[in-house]
Design a protein around this ligand. Sequence first.
Ligand SMILES: Cc1cc2nc3c(=O)[nH]c(=O)nc-3n(C[C@H](O)[C@H](O)[C@H](O)COP(=O)(O)OP(=O)(O)OC[C@H]3O[C@@H](n4cnc5c(N)ncnc54)[C@H](O)[C@@H]3O)c2cc1C
Length: 450
Amino acid sequence: MRNRRRLVVIGAVAAGTSAAAKAKRTNPDLEVVLLERDAHISYGACGLPYFIAGLIPSAQALTARSPEEFRQQGIEVRTQHEALGIEAANHRLYVADLRSGEEYTLPYDDLVIATGAVSSVPPVPGVDLPGVFTLRTLADGLGLDAALRDRPPKNVVIVGSGYIGLEMAEAFRARDLAVTIVEMAPQLMVNLDKDMSDLVLAEVQRQGVQVLLNDGLVRCEGLDRVEKVITQHSVVPADLVLLAIGVRPNTRLGEQAGLRLGAGKAIAVDEHMRTSIEGIYAAGDCTETMHQVTGEKTYIPLGTTANKQGRVAGANIAGMECTFEGVVGTAVAKVFGLEVARTGLTEKEATAKNLAGSATTIQAMDRARYYPGGTPLNVKLVVDSASRRLLGAQLIGPQGAAKRVDVLAAALYAGMSAHDLTRLDYSYAPPYAPVWDATLVAASVASRSC
Ligand SMILES: Cc1cc2nc3c(=O)[nH]c(=O)nc-3n(C[C@H](O)[C@H](O)[C@H](O)COP(=O)(O)OP(=O)(O)OC[C@H]3O[C@@H](n4cnc5c(N)ncnc54)[C@H](O)[C@@H]3O)c2cc1C
């Protein structure tokens, strides 16, 4: 007979560790058990491209907190323990200790599913050959780094040009490797509008990366390891292939337990991070989230969201009343010499949602023209044609895009119009911005008012 309420959390990277830590801090009487099937916990997968590039000397630096630190907080961490199934009616889990092979049942009062996402792998021949990689976990990153050192490749092919594919293109170029990107779409980064993505294409090509657009992977070939990639239109030599075509939510456990799925076939949750079964919460890349601009559920798996959702789940389980209202679709990536940022909807997305969006694109310097070191910043705003309410923004430039996008994300959260934006009291000094900041210039044009 247990005398303490037990919270079990499945998955211990961003959402799971946030949920466990917040629950325990809020209610120290809770018994908290954190299960993770991998050997590593609580790390920033977002740093993996910089580790591969050699910018961060050790993968250990990516770890936020060790199992020992969690244990000191009173949280029991069981690494290499995999949850095999959930018996929701009886509030218990089936778990395997992957080291000993032993299986056991683990009763819970509250459960958080934070099983994240898994890399999508195209269903084509040869993707299981040695030398073909995906990058999702710290173990993936260590495996890739070991392969790069033990068997240095010459030609790398990256399939997919989302932010991970492009960050990795930069990482491989930093190691002096020949890099080809194979992308099925007619543009890089499909979550940007084509006109903005062309700026990214120019930069990637300038850095010596070969880009094959409108070209899909047909198969990987090689005798005992990958030697070449066959695409719809080309044959590309490859002694290392990275598949970076996106992720899908890891919902196997939740589905088996009978949880309702929602947007992107991720676990459906409410703003308290409760699932469709009482006592079971879910957070992070395995869940859907609310898009505050469209008012619809969406699937945008990002680390920043995972941490917040986990924290909300943990707080509620510990007795607080906490909500996660959703996202506005903000993301940023460093692509070689460019900061590439977006928030809200692109013009393409607004059109797909039948929102009458009109777009304004401008280029302005990121600091006073006479001040040394200024660079051009490209800003595209999408506003509702009638109300001029801001629907989205894309910012690209060598500097200043990444943090300026946060102002626009705040404007979206507040439901501001382009006219409202022009009224904001921005800071100004020549080394940091022109008198008229690029985002204010764009807002002024988009607002069609004085
Ligand atoms: C290379 C790369 C770069 C990224 N860059 C950024 C960025 O710049 N900005 C950003 O916001 N996001 C970024 N992300 C995304 C971010 O890392 C993820 O959104 C975040 O890790 C999600 O956290 P999570 O806890 O929901 O899931 P995950 O990190 O996927 O963790 C889930 C954990 O659950 C474990 N698990 C699954 N099933 C079981 C089971 N049955 N039993 C026990 N354990 C289980 C898994 O082993 C895994 O460790 C990046 C990701 C990658 C791979």
